[in-house]
Design a protein around this ligand. Structure first.
Ligand code: HT7
Ligand code: ZN
Length: 876
């Protein structure tokens, strides 16, 4: 099929003012009558032709202004309804369709999940319910009536406010009517019906309106929703306090479901969540789960303004809502927790997920200009790099002007389907800033590299800093222009404090921001009282790779002194990465890895520094991952050599730090009763990181400590940390603890996902066979995306040595699995295959085998558009 291009955008030929939907629910044959009020609005419409898209639906009836349309005046296929001569005036259509929720394994449109009817319409699921102008720039007011058997679906929910409900006389059925007064695109439509448990609460907005809050879940899991409810109320308050944005309906509903393609969905007033981002209690959820629940609840809630009240003109503008909303949820979590630790975690995610995308065949701009299948563009680039671009905008403008720009954006575009141009114009107009060059961040793909060189002239007391930027070629983009990058910085003096300077020339420097705008710039700082250690890119102020000419001694100094905690962490990571890359080379040459003294000193000084928060110390002690090292190497990647080098270096560090590990571990108690707050979580993180480092020794004492940690844990965070340390060390003891864990949680699907992931990520040669066996385990289901991602997704994305087995069996397994799953759930399949994205960086034997597996998938008949798109681009 022909691709969609941004440059081809045309305004819709018709406006839809109102939509009435009537659902007669039945598991395999649900009838939907859509009553839509249309108005022609371009020349094209006057030709009398109207095309409404569908997807796997059956037309049962069609009326125009109440009169049945005779055959001949329209043509209907499951994917298109064409009306040949509609009037050139406002008119109404009644479209009756038949859909089969029970057979819907794609989980798009109307489907069943554990007996509950549920919808997912973003991006193009509404067309699986009725024929429609299913595009985000068609905004209408929706009224939804749902009718179902009372016993089958006692709860009937839709967007907006409840209007009416009651029994259908003379039947075992009942109904409910919901009205959403805010015009919205079809992708924000939602309907849920089923037998669900609920918790309720309320929130009083800043202007004094009382909003009813409800969270629905499976019966029996209500108590596990209380943290999500708390996070929701904190999100509502934060958006008022920080952005001045207040909730607008009388009710806000969240529904947790167990079968869901993504994390959650921001449908107006009726958010639908993957239950793993709602349910949390100490016995079943880790600290990371709690943080994810808080972040995703906030994210979906924040979409009410950045996404719903202001939506996207077309899907090329996806980052307009997603990048901005990720930025907002990251800021929320930073305010709720430790800002430094949150930033480190976000940058780790960006580097682990977005950098490889940007450096491989799937690279695309934050605002793509071409796509075949939009569901493949819900990517780390659109989301996470999109958030980094908003963060840079704030750094460039400063917080006050950033807020002025946001205020103007909301004032101007409330009720609109907007574009990136609209967004940037709001900031430019509110502040007078010229954002022309900055806009390149939206159109140029690839992770920029900055090379920095510094020289201090003692006689002149000047420091010359040369910064050069280059952006690698990416698919379809050979040449790039220099971009506007905010480089937050400090010059660390000999006493460890940031030095003052008299003046600076060679570029614009405002406060602690260098505005890098040229391909190469030399900044000359005058009046610098000693040789500085440059601290660049503080807080990771731009999503770039920084290559800096800095000695190990200066990095160690930075770890000990930098006023910016992020850069203290970064300096330790740089030291570790240098050591890991060198160790990998040594490994290939058959020599043992050795830990550099500067690295041990750096890690030891952070470990011992009780003034630093434990969560931060834990982050510093966690070495770059095997995938990080592979990315740093960039070519000829041998995952076995990387894993061996990393394992040996961890042993050398563990030995080098000696009994300081046991001492600190022993000083942190595991017996306190569980509280999910950031400070308590930080202590657990440090204790669990120390256990993991201790176990690098594989000594009988360390193994005994890990087993005791597992046995005595009073919460899931500690229990899983011990289990993960034992499985990652591939100790023979793992079988017994994995089995014990399974027995304890065999009725809890979300916890069993953790078990499946642990099984799939053991770095041992029998893991692939174990994964294959688990596909037949009663706890596994191919229809549930969480199960698939936990078992097969983790194997392919988080088990570097076993997925990349030199015999190619890991690749063949994923190919076979994908070909099977593609028939049921194309979106989930396409996402799994992203694990192949860095195949060209592998050493030649693995590269050949990965390519063969990809080519086998590409050659299969009847591939879904989703999978065909990913495989074709990966091979291009
Ligand atoms: N806006 C939501 C996107 C989403 C989605 C996209 C494609 C297929 C299924 C999906 N479920 C949810 C999620 C978000 O970013 O908030
Ligand atoms: Zn989102």
């Amino acid at each position: 099929a022909a691709p969609f291009r941004l440059e081809d955008y045309r305004a819709p030929a018709f406006t839809i003012d109102t939509v009435g939907l009537d659902f007669q629910l039945a598991p395999s044959a649900t009838r939907v009558v859509a009553t839509i009020a249309l108005r022609p609005n371009t020349d094209e419409a006057r030709n009398g032709r109207l095309e409404l898209v569908g997807d796997e639906i059956t037309l049962k009836g069609l009326k125009l202004d109440g009169a049945t349309l005779p055959e001949g005046r329209y043509t209907a296929t499951p994917s298109l309804l064409t009306l040949h001569d509609v009037p050139n005036r406002p008119f109404t259509l009644d479209i009756e369709t038949l859909v089969d929720p029970a057979a819907n394994t794609k989980l798009m449109g109307l489907y069943r999940t554990s007996g509950t009817y549920c919808t997912q319409c973003e991006a193009e699921g509404f067309r699986r319910i009725t024929y429609f102008l299913d595009r985000p720039d068609v905004l209408a007011v929706y009224t939804t009536r749902i009718e179902a058997q009372k016993s089958d679906a006692p709860i009937l929910l839709a967007n907006g406010n409840p209007v009416e409900s009651g029994d259908v006389p003379g039947t075992d059925r009942h109904f409910a009517v919901w009205h959403d007064p805010f015009p919205k695109p079809s992708y924000l439509f939602a309907m849920v019906a089923g037998d669900l448990g609920v918790i309720t609460d309320s929130f009083t907005t800043s202007s004094g309106r009382e909003v009813e809050l409800r969270i629905y879940c499976e019966h029996g899991k209500e108590a596990r929703c209380t943290y999500a409810m708390d996070a929701l109320k904190r999100s509502m308050k934060w958006d008022e306090d920080v952005f001045g944005l207040e909730y607008d309906l009388d009710i806000f509903i969240i529904v947790a479901v167990s079968d869901f393609n993504m994390g959650a969905m921001e449908n107006k007033g009726l958010n639908v969540f993957n239950d793993k981002y709602v349910l949390a209690d100490p016995d079943t959820a880790t600290d990371a789960d709690y943080a994810n629940v808080e972040g995703v609840i906030a994210h979906e809630y924040f979409h009410n303004w950045t996404g719903n009240r202001i939506t996207c003109r077309d899907w090329f503008q996806l980052c307009l809502k997603e990048g901005l909303t990720v930025f907002r949820d990251q800021e929320f979590s930073s305010d709720m927790r430790s800002r430094a630790v949150k930033r480190i975690a976000d940058v780790r995610t960006l580097q682990a997920r977005q950098f490889p995308e940007d450096g491989g065949p799937l690279a695309h701009p934050v605002r793509p200009e071409i796509y075949h299948e939009i569901s493949n563009f819900y990517t780390p680039t659109v989301y996470e790099k999109g958030a980094e671009v908003v963060r840079m905008l704030k750094s460039i403008l400063g917080p006050d002007d950033f807020r002025k720009g946001m205020d103007l954006y909301v004032e101007r575009h409330d009720g609109d389907a907007a574009t990136i141009e609209d967004f940037l114009a709001s900031f430019a107009d509110a502040t007078g800033a010229d954002l022309t060059q900055f806009k390149l961040w939206y159109s140029q793909a690839g992770t920029p590299q900055i090379i920095s060189r510094g020289a201090y002239d003692e006689a002149d007391r000047t420091y010359r800093l040369t910064l050069s930027q280059s952006i690698p070629a990416t698919p379809g983009q050979a040449r790039k222009q220099p971009m506007h990058m905010p480089i937050r910085f400090g010059l660390i003096g000999p006493n460890g404090e940031d030095m003052e300077f008299r003046s600076v020339s060679g570029g614009r420097v405002e406060g602690d921001i260098i505005h890098l705008t040229e391909a190469s710039q030399t900044l000359v700082f005058e009046g610098v009282g000693g040789r500085p250690v440059p601290s660049l890119l503080r807080g990771f102020s731009a999503p770039v790779r920084l290559a800096i000419d800095i000695s190990a001694a200066d990095l160690l100094f930075q770890v000990r002194t930098d006023a910016d905690p992020f850069n203290r962490w970064q300096a330790a990571q740089t030291l570790a990465m240098r050591n890991l890359v060198a160790s990998t080379t040594e490994q290939i040459a058959g020599r043992p890895a050795k830990a550099e003294p500067a690295l041990i000193d750096a890690l030891g000084s952070v470990l011992d520094d009780e003034t630093l928060e434990p969560a931060f110390r834990a982050q510093v002690l966690q070495l770059p991952s095997e995938a990080d090292i592979a990315r740093e190497l960039g070519q000829n990647v041998d995952p076995d050599a990387i894993a061996a080098a990393r394992r040996e270096l961890r042993l050398a560090i563990s030995t080098g730090l000696g009994n300081r590990i046991e001492r600190h571990y022993g000083s942190l108690s595991g017996a306190e009763s569980f509280r999910p707050d950031a400070a308590s979580a930080g202590k657990r993180a440090l204790r669990n990181t120390l256990l993991d480092l201790l176990l690098a020794r594989r000594s009988p004492e360390a193994i005994a400590a890990a087993l005791a940690h597992f046995e005595t844990a009073n919460n899931m965070t500690d229990r899983l940390a011990a289990l993960s340390a034992i499985t990652q060390a591939a100790l023979p003891e793992r079988r017994a603890v994995l089995d014990a864990f399974y027995k304890r949680y065999q009725d809890d699907a979300l916890v069993l996902d953790k078990w499946l992931t642990l099984e799939a990520t053991v770095p041992a040669s029998d893991t692939l066979d174990r994964v294959k066996a688990l596909l037949k385990h009663p706890s596994y289901s191919p229809n549930n995306p969480n199960r698939v991602r936990a078992l097969v997704g983790s194997f392919a994305s988080a088990n570097q040595t076993q997925f990349n087995r030199v015999d190619g069996a890991g690749y063949d397994f994923l190919a076979d699995f994908a070909l099977e799953l593609d028939k049921r759930n194309p979106q989930t399949t396409a996402r799994l295959l992203v694990s192949f994205r860095s195949w060209r960086a592998l050493e030649p034997v693995r590269r050949t085998r990965a390519e063969a597996a990809l080519r086998r998938i590409a050659a299969a008949p009847d591939l879904s558009p989703d999978t065909l798109d990913i495989v074709t681009r990966t091979l291009a």
